[in-house]
Design a protein around this ligand. Sequence first.
Ligand SMILES: Nc1ncnc2c1ncn2[C@@H]1O[C@H](COP(=O)(O)OP(=O)(O)O)[C@@H](O)[C@H]1O
Ligand SMILES: [Mg+2]
Length: 260
Amino acid sequence: MSDVVIQTTNLSKELASSLLRRKVRILSGLNLSVQKGETFGLIGPNGAGKTTSIKLMLGLMRPTEGKAVVLGMPSGDKRALARLGYLPENPYFYSHLTGREFLDFAGQLFGIESKQRRERAKELIEIVGLTEAADMQMRKYSKGMLQRLGIAQSLINTPELVFWDEPMSGLDPIGRRDVRQILLELKEKGTTIFFNSHLLPDVNEVCDRVGVMCKGRMVVQEQVKNISGGGSYKDLEDFFLEVIGKAESGGSANFEEAVS
Ligand SMILES: Nc1ncnc2c1ncn2[C@@H]1O[C@H](COP(=O)(O)OP(=O)(O)O)[C@@H](O)[C@H]1O
Ligand SMILES: [Mg+2]
């Protein structure tokens, strides 16, 4: 169906562990579909497999089994990459460049012509609140400023789909509010948003649907309105803790299963 923007089928990843002398499954059979315009939040404890899932969808990692189709194309296809934005978990910056120069560079990678690049960079600098610091070298930026710049970078090509890995990380409450605002504006424009976060109140506020991962498996996917909208849970945190508690004590504990 053309309205499905992200589709994964049995997406799985194993890595060889020399320490354990066997293969370790870090993602098991992920089946997920995200609709156009949807905001999907992936939550789960550290090491659950959230970043791995994003990297597989982007084609930055190859799956051991299964596949991902993004914007109608196999993961990693350049035509899809040109239409999406990505904020990595630990973005790398060229510290001698200014924020504005970095955005210009990011725009060049997408083949955006010079005048349009300048205008887009200016617009994004304002959106993420870096106007004062735009012409300062990035080595002088705080963690929060770098995070804001990373977000701006992910939007340089006016993407129709964004993957944000921990977008609120390193931000103070004002920064978090700003990111929520940017997210809501993107959402209003119909952008499809896929992001990971530990900050459940933020996820609750902006997401249409959440997926909870634990030990390399998607444990549950649910509409946010069914969780915190007067259902059987007090809030998203209550839901999250119950789901994770069950997952950790039961069913999906074959995280480090020997596969060879
Ligand atoms: N390149 C790698 N080599 C070895 N182990 C990895 C690698 N990438 C991820 N892992 C392991 O896979 C698991 C899932 O990692 P990750 O996807 O980064 O989790 P999350 O983003 O949910 O914190 C973790 O146990 C992590 O240590
Ligand atoms: Mg991660």
